[in-house]
Design a protein around this ligand. Structure first.
Ligand code: OGA
Ligand code: NI
Length: 368
């Protein structure tokens, strides 16, 4: 994969002062928290979604599966693997409990993230970058340079590989940000690898299949911060999308806002204390040859409470070619996708806005 040094571009967040950034970028690049703090009481037009993308009242009461992992490494392994397989096939999303990440580790991770977004904008802008290859960046919306309508979201996204090298580049405020993040990452990394083994097995593949294909896998974290919004029904925190990577582990606070598309309905993922939300990204859909789906999801916002979530994504290394697993391809189930190097997949995704599955669709083989 790419060199470990930060890319020497003018967009490198470490090479510009915040005064330079302020001159270079329009005011809305500073984020939605900044907008609210500066007294905005109405939703600026740039956040107003066209009617067909707005919220539809959701009366759908279904809930995504909740899987207890306490027996995964014990006598209940096969039943748990089967439940994971069913959830991956039917939903592409599930909650897990008894996952091995302690309550205090989770709480501290949320707290330092919340404290970061409450820092003065100037402090956050030290990390601002529009370069998606930047290994540590603060930004807003999805791709603020390209998005026609902006998302009501600020985010901090950073790589944590290799951990020792990345930690000194992470924010130094709040003071325990680095310590708590390093702790959370160690714990969640173990869980990711355990889940990837279970998912391999659920597909009938050798336990280590996905871990081995991913090789020296890529990892990143993203805190999403959604301030309370003046007109929440006219906008979204994050618009409908599927995640590009492999396995995503998301922790959300108790506010709620995540919705998953299931059988043409948006189903609310209710916050359940001490659970994590697990979902499959595009690379697992390709590898499973469409047996599992990377399902569309979005986040809505509300008028009285800010919300925070933290996503950890485990994907292939940037140079890995991802294609349907040969064991899952045969004459009755031909390959649905052509292979694609993960780094190229991300480049194509970032060259546009966040459109539904556009890159995945481009990889579809002609089945006629
Ligand atoms: C994401 C995402 C949902 C949420 O970060 O890709 O879908 O609830 N987040 O914050
Ligand atoms: Ni997502």
């Amino acid at each position: 994969m790419a060199s470990t040094a930060l890319p020497p571009t003018s967009l490198n967040p470490y090479q510009q002062t915040h005064e330079e950034k302020e001159q270079q970028y329009p005011v809305h690049y500073r984020g939605v928290k900044d907008l609210v703090d500066n007294g905005s009481r109405t939703l600026p037009q740039i956040y107003v979604r066209p009617p067909d993308e707005r919220l539809v009242i959701n009366s759908h009461q279904q809930q995504i599966p909740l899987i207890d992992l306490s027996e995964l490494e014990g006598a209940g392994r096969s039943a748990t693997v089967e439940a994971i397989g069913r959830a991956c096939r039917d939903w592409g999303f599930f909650l897990v409990k008894n996952h091995g990440v302690s309550e205090s580790t989770m709480e501290n991770e949320m707290r330092v993230g919340r404290e970061f977004f409450h820092l003065p904008t100037e402090e956050k802008m030290r990390y601002f970058s529009t370069d998606h290859k930047s290994r540590m960046r603060y930004a807003t919306s999805f791709n603020v340079k390209e998005d026609k309508t902006l998302n009501w979201r600020d985010f901090l996204r950073y790589s944590f590989k290799p951990l020792e090298e990345m930690v000194p580049l992470w924010p130094d405020k709040p003071t325990d940000f680095r310590k708590e993040n390093a702790e959370y990452i160690r714990k969640i990394g173990d869980l990711a690898s355990i889940l990837l083994s279970a998912i391999s097995e659920s597909l009938g593949l050798p336990s280590e299949y996905i871990n081995e294909v991913y090789g020296d896998y890529s990892q990143y974290m993203a805190y999403n911060f959604y301030p309370a919004c003046p007109n929440p029904e006219q906008t979204l925190g994050i618009q409908g999308h599927s995640d590009p990577g492999g396995l995503i582990l998301l922790m959300q606070d108790d506010v709620g806002g995540l919705q998953v598309l299931h059988e043409d309905h948006w189903v609310v993922v209710r916050p359940v204390p001490n659970t994590l939300v697990i979902n499959l990204g595009n690379q697992l859909q390709i590898l499973s040859n469409d047996i599992y789906k990377s399902v569309e999801h979005r986040a809505v916002v509300n008028s009285n409470k800010e919300r925070i979530s933290v996503a950890t994504a485990y994907g292939p290394s940037m140079s890995t070619l991802i294609a349907p697993a040969p064991q899952l391809v045969n004459s009755s189930s031909p390959a649905v996708y052509k292979g694609c190097v993960y780094g190229d997949f991300l480049d194509s995704l970032q060259s546009g806005s966040l459109h539904k599955k556009s890159v995945l669709d481009c990889l579809k083989l002609d089945m006629s």
